[in-house]
Design a protein around this ligand. Structure first.
Ligand code: COA
Length: 181
């Protein structure tokens, strides 16, 4: 596997869009319901930020990661990240995140932030009053159904906040961040 810049390659961008629809279908089907939506997302990320793809020996896209600059480039939003369902749990996601951190460092970024939604009651932060004892609830968070916040914890990210009701009542967005070193 190698991780490369995503260039002006229509076939590669189509594979990236397909991966978005396949990878997010199970837990976030509302994210990119059609291939056209996903193609627009790929184009937006390439226009506004940067993207890197993990390829197999035949050049097939196994996963990809995107980033968008914020706060004059001091902060980068990690968005999106997806690994093909058949290739998950083999270290590709972790490798893409590590590579992205180097990309951000090279561009002078200081912090990476991301939002990871809980739309399907996958964590103990769903369906509770996050305006009551928020930081205790964050400290006691538990993963009920394989929510990716735990993947990011393993990559060194910390929970830095929540947006209550981001996806409807009781369906928060969990904000995570990591200093770029
Ligand atoms: C989240 C995702 C990118 C992880 O990619 P991956 O290639 O499977 O991750 P890795 O194999 O590098 O995993 C690194 C570690 O995180 C763990 N991990 C991965 N996904 C996890 C999950 N959903 N819940 C808990 N732990 C997880 C792995 O078990 C591994 O742990 P270990 O180092 O103790 O063995 C991938 O599952 C995916 O594309 N999911 C669908 C889209 C998505 O959720 N994107 C992120 C939205 S914010």
């Amino acid at each position: 596997m190698q991780i490369v810049d995503v260039g002006d390659n229509a076939a590669q961008q189509r594979q990236m869009a397909e991966l978005l629809t396949i990878g997010f279908r199970q837990h976030w089907p509302e994210s990119w319901p059609t291939l056209e939506d996903a193609l627009e997302e790929v184009a937006m990320v390439l226009r506004a930020g940067c993207a890197r793809a993990a390829l197999d020996d035949e050049g097939n896209v196994l996963g990809w990661i995107g980033g968008l600059p914020e706060y004059d480039g001091n902060v980068w939003e990690l968005h999106p990240l997806v690994v093909h369902p058949q290739c998950q749990k083999r270290g590709i996601g972790r490798a893409l995140v590590a590579d992205f951190e180097q990309q951000v460092k090279a561009r002078g970024g200081l912090t990476i932030q991301l939002g990871t939604d809980d739309v399907r009651e996958m964590t103990t932060l769903a369906n509770v009053d996050l305006y009551d004892n928020l930081w205790e609830k964050i400290a006691r968070i538990r993963n009920l159904k394989g929510h990716p916040y735990e993947f990011y914890l393993k990559c060194g990210y910390k929970i830095i906040g929540v947006i209550p009701d981001a996806n409807g009542r009781g369906k928060p967005d969990i904000y995570m961040g990591k200093r770029v070193e």
